[in-house]
Design a protein around this ligand. Structure first.
Ligand code: SAH
Length: 460
């Protein structure tokens, strides 16, 4: 078997990153865009000893689980890996992914999985979109998305995950650029002005933010652009962000307001947030509310508890919990996120949430040691963690075990590291009480999970 060989295979499984898996002459092949139940003609693109990557050349017999993907670019785009799979099967895949990880990596066999929470309408859920701007071979200005793993722009103003108003905004920006000969940025030469269009939309408030990321300090004829943008109902914030570095990082450091105010407002549950162009904010607000609602339910607070929220970001979970706890401590590594968390607490009149800037695996152990030196046992009723994909640092898990809270609520965006970390906690004196996956990233392979651990030897 070698590169460019062609043959027909049946797809029998799906890899964790959404590729179809089939076997041919004892070898395993990963086929992007092929689904379980498909019969496909493939061509080998890369061969290892016992497995390889193959490209789907022809779909001979489609799987019964195929759905009509609304986006014509779903195969080229790096965004939606499983849009061609029916939503029902997407959910089943994600639920299975969480369960398999807990079984294989965590070594758990009785897993109290609750049914995954999907969306009623699994499209147009993203409150933030960043469209790269460039020029095609004919010099026409285009905007769309990067083809998977490249920086080649495929023109498309109608992303199926974004809000419909994105299209109107992009039409305005591009026609303004054409009219006034405002150039698009060229990544290879570092020349040209407009790099990206960042759009944020408040799902509860209908407020809209547009920020043009530019390779320069000024936007020519900005008044014309503003005039058209602010005619859109809900327009709240128009700004430019200056990024003159030749880099893949989208945003630069300086943001300048052109019209309105520098933030939009939105809500998660009954907590209000001010979101600036550079703020981190969960991209699917509807499902975030579901996810954090579950975290709150699992935390089972009655107003008397001391809670730690580690990896707290802008404090979304902390503020959600603070209303029902005595005191919440949030720990977060990014200084600007900590500032946002404090501002959001003040904005909501929440006074029982304090935020600590630093690494969770440093701040919590140090706090524990300091208390120990003062002859006290560091105390928490509930500890919540919501780490990035790489999961929790082992040192942090050790301190959590020493603090021995009654309950641990683990919110995870990667089931593999979740399983690894739960293993450590359950080798201590915790057991898994409840687990539930939430689909925050419909059409993609990603999944969020919330898990409740409770301490076995209560009162010891
Ligand atoms: N619950 C948060 C988001 C969590 S995402 C919210 O809803 O806003 C994970 C967060 O962990 C990010 O904000 C990231 O900046 C932060 N982080 C990453 N490594 C960290 C570390 N070692 N210690 C503390 N925070 C960290």
């Amino acid at each position: 078997m070698k590169k460019n060989d062609e043959f027909i295979i049946d797809i029998e499984d799906m890899s964790v990153d959404g590729a179809g898996i089939g076997k041919y002459e004892g070898m395993t092949f990963f086929v992007k865009d092929a689904l379980i139940g498909d019969r496909v003609r493939v061509r080998v693109v890369k061969m290892k000893k016992t497995w390889g990557y193959a490209r789907m050349m022809e779909l001979l017999i489609p799987s019964p689980d195929r759905a009509e993907p609304p986006c014509p670019y779903h195969r080229q785009c790096g965004g939606c890996q499983i849009q061609a799979l029916s939503y029902e099967k997407q959910l089943a895949f994600k639920q299975q992914k969480v369960e398999n990880n807990l079984r294989r990596i965590g070594g758990f066999d009785e897993i109290p999985m609750e049914p995954i929470v999907g969306m009623e309408n699994p499209f147009h859920y993203r409150n933030k979109s960043q469209y790269p701007v460039g020029t095609d071979k004919n010099g026409t200005i285009i905007t769309g998305f990067y083809a998977g793993r490249t920086h080649q722009i495929i023109p498309n103003r109608d992303c199926a995950l974004g809000v419909p108003v994105n299209r109107e905004i992009l039409d305005i920006v591009i026609s303004y650029m054409e009219r006034y000969h405002v150039s698009a940025y060229d990544e290879t030469t570092g020349q040209g002005l407009v790099r990206h269009v960042l759009i944020r939309y408040g799902f509860r408030t209908d407020e809209i933010m547009v920020c043009l990321i530019i390779n320069g300090t000024n936007l020519p004829h900005e008044k014309e652009l503003i005039r058209e943008l602010c005619a859109l109902p809900g327009m709240t914030s128009v700004s430019v962000n200056v990024n003159m570095n030749q880099t893949n990082v989208i945003l630069g450091t300086e943001t300048r307001l052109l019209w309105g105010q520098l933030f939009i407002t939105d809500y998660i549950g009954n907590v209000k947030y001010q979101i600036s162009p550079v703020s981190f904010f969960q991209v699917n607000p509807v499902q975030t509310e579901v996810l954090y609602g579950l975290a709150l339910e699992y935390a089972d607070l009655h107003g008397t508890e001391t809670v730690w929220d580690l990896y707290c970001g802008i404090g979304t979970i902390s503020l959600f919990l603070a209303r029902r706890a005595r005191q919440v401590y949030g720990v977060e590594i990014v200084p600007r996120a900590v500032e946002d968390a404090r501002r959001n607490a003040a904005l909501n009149g929440i006074e029982n949430a304090a935020f600590i800037e630093g690494k969770a695996e440093k701040e919590l152990p140090e706090f524990y040691e300091k208390e120990a030196q003062a002859g006290r046992q560091a105390y928490a009723d509930v500890i919540v963690v919501d780490p990035p994909r790489k999961g929790c640092d082992e040192r942090l898990l050790r301190t959590i075990l020493q603090m021995a809270p009654e309950r641990i609520v683990y919110v995870s965006c990667d089931p593999a590291t979740l399983a690894r970390d739960l293993k450590v906690l359950c080798e201590g004196e915790y057991r898994i009480e409840r687990v539930r996956a939430v689909d925050n990233f419909c059409q993609t392979i990603h999944v969020e999970t919330v898990c409740l651990l409770s301490r076995e030897n209560k009162g010891l």
